[in-house]
Design a protein around this ligand. Structure first.
Ligand code: F6P
Length: 351
């Protein structure tokens, strides 16, 4: 779908970071401010995601404010899971803040929830550009989202560590990772970390399958196994995801977690080997960005401003091969991008 371009002078832009944070977010903010300044455009940061626009909590971002943050994890603006469309008069308050701050355009950094709000605000006349940032890596139109590579690094390091204690104690170690409804983190992390079993939401699993794999390894003298399981993986016997709490957030998401304990409880009845669980949780979201994420975030931040200079709106920056291209938000948001059969088959070769 060709995007209409709206060539119009822009003097000030807004930026926010929403949803789950990740390493690389600050690197994107830094690139936006630096590219905007080069074009004579002022950047205004809004605090804590869409809540900052609802409450008009803004802070000017000058070059000195983003100096030295390339390698700093998290987001200097703060974030939240606020959905203006779930607040009374929310969209209208966002429009008021946008106009009160004399913004000509806006850059939203985040995942499907954050960019989904940006997409809907087009109907209120706001000029939005998105930057895909989520460790889940589940947005269409981009090979990678900011934060994914850094999360894979954390999972890989955790699996390397679990290998040494697993083979020392002859144990079955289960690592539960994030990713919500997509298995990108478990699959890429599992491959990089040499997991013996990789369980993803895209394919239901049975405890019997896991048991057979463990027995196969024992038959060749491997009295330990490392299992990586995505938090959204679905046990056949259960038929649904395991949630830590059923209260949904403003985007309808429940907090997933606990599938690793479900597996451990049943597996320990089927094998003599001890079974232990590690939940990586927020270690996947913290720390310094990987070099790949620093470069990706820098390219996305620069390109987002250039889309504004070109008058391209209701798009997000997408990495396709080695090119950063404009991806219509309608295309990017057509449901979570899930792991395909080819990669699932590839992962299956290694266990
Ligand atoms: O969307 C990123 C993510 O880390 C998911 O993988 C995870 O399920 C969710 O956020 C956790 O949400 P919160 O940080 O609100 O607990």
């Amino acid at each position: 779908m060709k995007n209409e371009t709206e060539q119009q002078q822009v003097d000030r832009i807004g930026v926010l970071t929403g949803g789950g944070d990740s390493p690389g977010t600050n690197a994107a903010i830094r690139a936006i401010v630096r590219r905007a300044a080069e074009a004579g455009i002022e950047t205004i940061g809004f605090q804590d995601g869409w809540l900052g626009l609802l409450e008009d909590r803004a802070q000017p971002l000058a070059l000195r404010d983003v100096s030295g943050i390339l390698h700093v994890g998290g987001t200097l603006l703060g974030t939240s899971r606020t959905n203006p469309f779930k607040r009374p008069g929310g969209p209208e308050k966002v429009v008021e803040s946008y106009k009160r701050n004399r913004l000509g355009a806006f850059v939203a950094i985040g995942g499907d929830d954050t960019l989904g709000v940006a997409h809907r605000l087009k109907d209120y006349g706001l000029r939005m550009v998105g930057i895909p940032q989520t460790i889940d890596n589940d947005l269409w139109g981009t090979d990678y989202c900011i934060g994914f590579d850094s999360a894979i690094g954390a999972v890989t390091d955790a699996l390397d560590r679990l290998h040494t204690t697993g083979y020392s104690h002859h144990r079955i170690l289960i690592l539960e990772v994030m990713g919500r409804d997509a298995g990108w983190i478990a699959l890429f992390g599992g491959l990089a970390g040499g997991a013996d079993v990789i369980l993803v939401p895209e394919r239901k699993f049975s405890i019997g399958d896991i048991q057979r794999r463990i027995e196969q390894r024992i038959s060749i003298g491997k009295r330990f196994s490392i299992i990586v399981v995505a938090e959204g993986a679905v046990p056949e016997e259960l038929g649904c995801q395991v949630a830590r709490e059923t209260k949904a957030d403003e985007f309808g998401h429940v907090t997933l977690g606990g599938v690793s304990y479900y597996i451990a409880d049943r597996l320990s009845k089927l094998t003599d080997l001890p079974v232990r669980v590690t939940t990586l949780a927020y270690l996947q979201r913290g720390g310094t960005p990987s070099p790949f994420d620093r470069i990706l975030a820098t390219r996305f931040g620069v390109k987002a401003v250039e889309f504004i200079l070109e008058g391209r709106y209701d798009v997000m920056t997408g990495l396709q091969g080695n090119r950063v291209v404009p991806v219509p938000l309608a295309e990017a948001l057509r449901g979570p991008k899930l792991v395909g059969q080819e990669l699932i088959t590839l992962a299956g070769l290694f266990y």
